[in-house]
Every structure is written in C-alpha cells, then in structure tokens.
Design a protein around this ligand. Structure first.
Ligand SMILES: [Zn+2]
Ligand SMILES: [Zn+2]
Length: 154
C-alpha cells in the first residue's frame, strides 16, 4: 500500500459510497500519520545518525507489519518537509539526522560511528570569490578513529 495523501480529497462528498471511501482513506491516512510520527521520533531520539535500516528495526517494535519501503518513503518525506536531514559521510549509505542546522560530522573509520562536531569551522573568504559560479554553501565531514576504538586497541 502506498501513502496517497494528495488523493485524499479527490472524491469525498458526491454520495454515500464516496463518503465511505473517504472515511476509509482517512483512517488509512491517520494510521500513516502515526507511523510517520513514530519514524520521526525514532530519528529524534538518537545522536548516532541512523540509517533507514536502523530506524526500520526501531519502528518495527511498535508497528511489526511496517515495511522497510514505507519507513524509507517516510524518511524521505520528512526530509523533504525539513523535519529531519539526510546526510552522506562517504560510507555509501544515507544517514538521517534530527539536527537540521548546518553542522559538520565526525566519522569513525573503524566502527562507522557518525557524530556531530560542535566546533565552529570557518571556511576562507577566497572560495566565495570562485570565478566559475556562485557558491551557496558547502558540506563536509571529518574522519578518524573514535575514542572507543582507540581504547579498544591493544
Ligand atoms: Zn569507532
Ligand atoms: Zn548531524
């Protein structure tokens, strides 16, 4: 089943049949809203920038029948309305982030952990006068070995 929110008001008041059909769609929509809320909460509750798979495992505890596709579609939707951010940190998978403000990330090369960097980093003004186009912003991540992995080494 797909989330057809935009079609919801299509045929809602011409007769009883359509009214019933509308109510069914409405209840399906409500169910999806609750699922979406659970997905949003699952992202907000974490600081580790989970992947869609991690969120799926989390939300499955509440909605055992939910599919990975539904979770992913909702994550993309939440990102498109600016409730969460989607980030790439060079490991080939998408991570989701409840922190939508511009910030940098640290990625551990050993365990793959992704954390926010709270330090303010200034990029030189030279780049702003880039002659081949207008710079609108930038994205970057820093990689290394996290303290947990350093302490684990013999
Ligand atoms: Zn690590
Ligand atoms: Zn972040």
């Amino acid at each position: 089943m797909v989330d057809k929110r935009e079609n919801m008001s299509e045929n809602n008041n011409s007769n009883r049949y359509y009214y019933r059909s509308f109510c069914q769609k409405e209840s399906v929509f409500m169910k999806y809203s609750k699922q979406r809320e659970a997905i949003r909460t699952a992202v907000s509750d974490r600081i580790d920038h989970p992947t869609a798979d991690v969120i799926y495992e989390e939300v499955k505890k509440i909605y055992p029948n939910i599919s990975l596709g539904t979770v992913y579609r909702n994550l993309v939707l939440l990102e498109s309305i600016g409730e969460i951010a989607k980030i790439k940190v060079g490991d080939g998978v998408e991570h989701f982030d409840p922190n939508i403000k511009e910030h940098y990330h640290f990625v551990c090369k050993e365990c793959g952990k992704v954390r926010d960097i709270e330090v303010k980093i200034t990029i030189g003004d030279e780049i702003m006068s880039y002659p081949e186009g207008k710079i609108l912003g930038h994205k970057a991540f820093f990689y290394g070995i996290c303290n947990d992995c350093i302490n684990k080494k013999p």
